[in-house]
Design a protein. Structure first.
Length: 666
């Protein structure tokens, strides 16, 4: 179908939002073979563009959503977002929904006060009679009224079908529907079976292309089905007047015949949409899967998933790729099967990350399987990509040593000729886990190599830009090594580069790491400014992970009971998300705001977390602060100083030595 923005929206919509709308309604066909964007933040930007288009100009808008139980997760999420973006906009959504469908969505709308429910119950005797007379086109006698209500229970579908078959239903609804479908002639019954196999909304062109019948016979058959109210006109095609009627028509087709119909429908779709197969990729995949062509189905499931990801329908992309995965894994074991499974898993990792986050156990399992397959088929680039992504998952989960193992394995795969984005990212991940393990000098060297090799790259395998993320994180290594001015310069460079890139996620990362740099340096004004901007970005684009950083750091800045509560909330959210990286640091900030007894317990938890997860970079500071709660602080201070010295952490060693000087004056 050809779609366009309404005239009033096209005239008033800002170009930045028009560009988002054109993801769904492109002014020109999308370039084939492009990589879908999986940045989670862009999904909300896309939603905002669509919502602004709908509400542009201030005109009243009615959105009708029929059979909302069939909505995918992204559609329901968009409706919720749209209703919340401008609560005063003249926008009404009228939806129909079967009982038991989309309960999570309905609960959210109820809680937000945005839902008015009108339950549709069976008709009473009078209502049943009125509907029956409207369908029959004549008055019903008193006895017929009584019989009709008793036989149908007042359910509208039963009433309509009873009158259309010419007699009250005897027995189950399935019998009534079968009787309805037996009324048309042989050609119409054949076309009804074909339309049922096609699913919702099929066109005359498709029915004609996929049928054995000539075009005139198909048109006459559809006309008969339409006149008998079995099919109804929908947009540019036809659909059954009720889902149950479609199901009944499909059940009347024998399994071998279904196999043939699905193949013909798939072939017909390919012929009719040869210029734009993306438009029907999901339907093609399903038809080929049901028509015994799993190889073609996998191909089209992957194409459909890429189409879904382009409009940030990550849940739908995941569903489609899992369908492909099921078909691939059903093949006999072979190298080709392994390569096909690897291709599907590589496509699945991006949507899983965008939808569930780096700490997702499902993402981790996907990446581990990808790595095993890549090594089995001898694909170095695929193995390197899997290790890069696996590092991200393990690191965010707080599995620092295991993440570093992934990083070092990735670095061994880098060779002359390796894609610069891959080799630079390998250095970046080695750098990150090196710093967390308490090796800031080693980390700094790899940060510099990573930024140098990926500068100017158009894609980033781990979803962040090492030429921005690297300097932002390198600032912490500089500070630990005692390079205060270099830390400020590195942090500033990252923020400025992110602003120049006009990439909100990169700016969020740069600001989040800058906020830690400011906290390390005790620069509260700069920290407050960074946290304020970080909080706004996270709220606008839904960055949950860095939103928690803003909560903890903002709470530390403000202090008091409110600051403590905010910091505790941030830590609790990180734990709930399975994000344990830097937990000793976050807990130390909470301890600074806490009463002495609670602070001591929190610092003990920070020490335990650091040791258990090999998150060692901040442990000298945890030990130093814990020493303040000891009757004799000297032993613990000496241990802190020794650890800082072993890590070459000059900044933390200076703090320990300053405390020792006060405790043991010369």
């Amino acid at each position: 179908q050809t779609c366009a923005l309404p005239i009033w929206a096209a005239a008033s919509l800002d170009p930045v939002w028009r560009a988002e709308v054109e993801r769904l309604l492109p002014a020109s066909p999308p370039v084939a073979g492009g990589h879908p964007t999986v940045d989670a933040w862009q999904r909300l930007r896309f939603f905002e563009g669509l919502a602004r288009a709908l509400t542009a100009g201030g005109r009243p808008v009615l959105l009708v959503l029929d059979n909302a139980q069939w909505c995918d997760e992204e559609t329901s999420a968009f409706v919720t977002f749209c209703l919340g973006l401008r609560p005063d906009a003249p926008l009404l959504v009228a939806a129909t929904l079967r009982d038991g469908g989309a309960e999570t969505w309905l609960t959210q709308l109820r809680d937000d006060g945005k839902l008015t429910e009108l339950p549709l119950r069976p008709f009473d005797a009078d209502g049943t009679a009125r509907l029956g007379e409207a369908v029959a086109g004549r008055p019903l006698s008193a006895s017929d009224r009584t019989l009709l209500h008793a036989a149908t229970g007042g359910f509208p579908l039963y009433v309509v079908e009873a009158l259309r078959t010419g007699a009250p239903p005897a027995g189950r609804l399935s019998g009534v529907l079968r009787a309805r479908l037996e009324q048309p002639g042989p050609a119409a019954r054949e076309v009804a079976g074909l339309a049922a196999a096609a699913g919702r909304d099929c066109t005359l062109e498709l029915l004609t292309e996929a049928s054995d019948l000539d075009a005139d016979t198909v048109v006459d058959a559809v006309d008969e089905l339409w006149r008998r109210r079995i099919l109804r006109e929908v947009g540019g095609g036809y659909d059954f007047t009720h889902d149950l009627l479609r199901d009944a028509a499909y059940q009347q087709v024998s399994p071998p015949r279904r196999w043939l119909l699905h193949r013909r429908l798939a072939q017909g779709m390919e012929l009719l949409h040869a210029a734009d197969p993306d438009a029907v990729a999901a339907q093609l995949a399903e038809q080929y899967a049901r028509g015994g062509r799993p190889d073609r189905a996998v191909e089209h499931y992957q194409r459909a998933a890429a189409v879904a990801a382009r409009t940030f329908a990550h849940a739908e992309a995941i569903r489609l790729l899992k369908e492909a995965l099921t078909l691939v894994r059903a093949r006999p074991p072979s190298g080709n099967r392994d390569r096909a499974e690897l291709a599907v898993l590589e496509a699945l990792a991006g949507p899983l990350n965008a939808h569930q986050g780096y700490s997702s156990p499902e993402l981790q399992r996907t990446l581990e399987r990808s790595l095993a397959l890549a090594e089995a088929v001898g694909s170095k680039d695929s193995a390197l990509t899997a290790l890069l992504e696996l590092w991200s998952s393990r690191f965010v989960q707080g599995r620092t040593a295991l993440a570093h193992e992934s990083a070092e394995r990735a670095l061994t795969l880098v060779a002359p000729g390796t894609n610069p984005a891959l080799s630079g990212s390998a250095h970046f991940i080695v750098a990150g886990s090196s710093v967390s393990l308490g090796r800031p000098a080693e980390g700094l060297r790899h940060f510099e190599l990573g930024a140098e090799r990926t500068r100017g790259a158009s894609t980033w395998p781990i979803g962040t830009r090492p030429d921005i993320h690297g300097p932002a994180w390198a600032a912490h290594a500089h500070w630990l090594l005692g390079h205060d001015a270099a830390a400020v310069a590195s942090s500033t460079e990252a923020v400025e580069r992110a602003r120049a890139a006009s990439h909100p996620y990169s700016l969020t990362i740069a600001l989040a790491y800058a906020a830690i740099t400011h906290q390390l340096r005790g620069d509260r004004p700069s920290l407050s400014a960074a946290v304020a901007e970080l909080h706004e970005l996270c709220g606008r684009y839904g960055f949950a992970y860095y939103r928690e950083w803003a909560l903890v750091l903002g709470g530390w800045t403000h202090g008091g009971a409110a600051g403590l509560a905010a910091a505790q909330d941030g830590v609790a959210h990180l734990k709930a998300e399975g994000s344990f990286a830097r937990m000793p640091y976050w807990l130390t900030l909470v301890a600074e705001l806490s009463a002495p007894e609670a602070a001591r317990a929190t610092l003990d938890a920070a020490l335990a977390a650091g040791e258990a997860r090999d998150d060692r970079w901040w442990l000298p500071e945890v030990l130093r602060r814990r020493a303040a709660h000891d009757p004799d602080p000297v032993p613990r201070l000496r241990a802190a100083a020794e650890l800082a010295r072993a890590q070459d952490s000059v900044a933390l060693l200076r703090r320990c030595e300053a405390d020792l000087a006060v405790t043991q004056p010369s």
